[in-house]
Design a protein around this ligand. Structure first.
Ligand code: PFF
Length: 453
């Protein structure tokens, strides 16, 4: 394995690092997945746990990934090999690459839906439709074969094109402009949604916790959602931080990204739930929630045509800045471990992911009866990555940093340039040695039913 730092890509600016990392974190996980998972798992009580996990577990895992990636300057697998030669820690990296395959497959399927909805916005396809009709429109779209497949491939192609061109050119530039626009649009939607007649019930659903809804599996869902939303537990941030310059501040990056990600998720909840209750949609209605609710709001807004168009374009962009980060995990692995050229690695990665992706797309039509452990392929990829692979990955990542790399390495990466005050290092070490791993292990074992307290 050659050391290639000199011809490795790196991010150009501090803001570029934040834009790319926040671009990875903010995506369908916040706007599509968070509202329906929260809806299915009891609303406010779920959200409170979610917030606790972001702070107590998410940020420490993120800082641990940054420590690994920036000190090794390698892909997720190679980083472990470099830092722990001839030891089995590289298996964590391998598990991350597997998780990347699974996530990219179902995530790109959903990202493709945004393209259909952009198209529908352009032709004014939502106009004067009732909530039932909009829900029927969604069902017949995802129940089809060719359209969802077409959009899947278009989205995969866009992701591949950006990755082939290198990481930061273009994407750094776009995310810097588009992320703020997404925020403004989301704020406009929130205002429309909370002022609809009947919105109070949605607000209550979001902010009045009913702790009787909490079960071990909802706790694991909240943890899985926190990992998924922050893009942690599978080496995406190891890969990205391997492109971060040595004098960049990893502490502020982690806090800013976690804050932005959480803020966008809560805003999405405020845009969706008041409208869900106002239009009599079921809060637990699953993957279609956002795609059915939002067109209902757009119809009721002055200028809804433009808002709808802009919103789905931006949702697509938010998804794209996430898909590229997932694809980069696989491509960096192929380039550095199989010695492939970037272009060949991208082809290999996208074509192999597409096989799984096609099955995910067809999970709502011809393959809906094909189930494994009671899940469709789509459902399995989603559940197994978010609720199993990411928490396990996160567990081993913190253990690796805490017990193998140790405090000195952590200090070099996290505090020598003033990012995390040296006084916080013992606290951080304590969290990643004991609190985070015990909490993850407990929630995981309890959530999958292996222990029962
Ligand atoms: N964090 C992204 C989202 O919330 O949409 C999804 C994601 C990206 C998950 C990258 C995992 C990952 F490695």
């Amino acid at each position: 394995m050659a050391d290639l730092p000199s011809n490795r890509d790196s991010f150009g600016s501090k803001f570029g690092v934040i834009a790319a990392t926040a671009g990875s974190a903010i995506g369908l996980g916040n706007i599509w997945r968070f509202p329906y998972v929260a809806g299915e798992n009891g609303g406010a009580a779920f959200i409170i746990m979610y917030l606790g996990f972001i702070v107590a577990i998410g940020i420490p895992v993120m800082l641990s990934e940054f420590t690994i990636g920036r000190s090794a300057q390698k892909n997720a697998f190679g980083s472990f090999r470099k830092l722990a030669p001839r030891r089995p820690w590289y298996l964590i990296g391998l598990m991350g690459v597997v998780a990347a395959f699974m996530i990219l497959a179902f995530y790109t399927a959903v990202a493709g839906w945004t393209l259909e909805y952009i198209y529908q916005s352009v032709i004014n396809g939502f106009a004067s439709k009732s909530p039932e009709q909009l829900s029927g429109m969604y069902d017949s779209f995802i129940g089809g074969t060719w359209r969802p497949l077409l959009w899947f491939f278009v989205f995969m192609g866009l992701t591949a094109a950006i990755i082939m061109a290198g990481v930061q050119k273009g994407i750094e530039k776009y995310t810097k402009i588009l992320m703020p626009v997404l925020l403004i649009l989301l704020l406009a939607l929130v205002i429309r949604s909370v002022t609809l007649p009947g919105a109070e019930k949605g607000i209550a659903f979001l902010f009045q916790p009913d702790f009787s809804k909490i079960t071990p599996s909802t706790v694991l869902e909240a943890l899985g959602q926190a990992f998924f939303s922050l893009s942690i537990g599978m080496g995406t941030l190891i890969t990205y931080s391997s492109y971060i310059q040595k004098n960049d501040n990893l502490g502020t990056t982690a806090f800013s990204v976690a804050f932005a990600d959480t803020f966008i998720a809560i805003m999405a909840g405020l845009a969706i739930f008041p409208a869900v209750f106002a239009f009599g949609i079921e809060p637990g209605s699953g993957e279609g929630l956002v795609y059915i609710t939002l067109p209902n709001i757009f119809q009721q807004m002055p200028g809804g045509y433009f808002f709808s168009l802009m919103f789905f374009v931006l949702l697509g962009v938010a998804a794209l800045t996430s898909t590229i980060s997932v694809l980069e995990v696989i491509v960096a692995f192929f380039v550095e471990e199989l010695n492939l050229k970037r272009k060949a690695a991208t082809w290999l990665a996208t074509s192999s992911v597409s096989v799984l992706g096609i099955m995910c797309v067809l999970s709502s039509s011809s393959m809906s009866d094909f189930t494994i452990f009671g899940f469709t392929v789509f459902g399995l990829m989603d559940f197994a990555s978010a609720n199993i692979l990411l928490p396990l990955g996160g567990l081993f990542i913190v253990l690796f940093v805490a017990w193998f790399l140790g405090r000195d390495k952590v200090k070099i990466e996290l505090s020598n340039n003033g990012s995390l005050k040296a006084g916080y290092i013992p606290l951080f070490m304590f969290i990643i040695k004991f609190i985070a791993p015990l909490a993850i292990a407990f929630i995981f074992l309890q959530g999958v039913g292996l222990i029962n307290f």
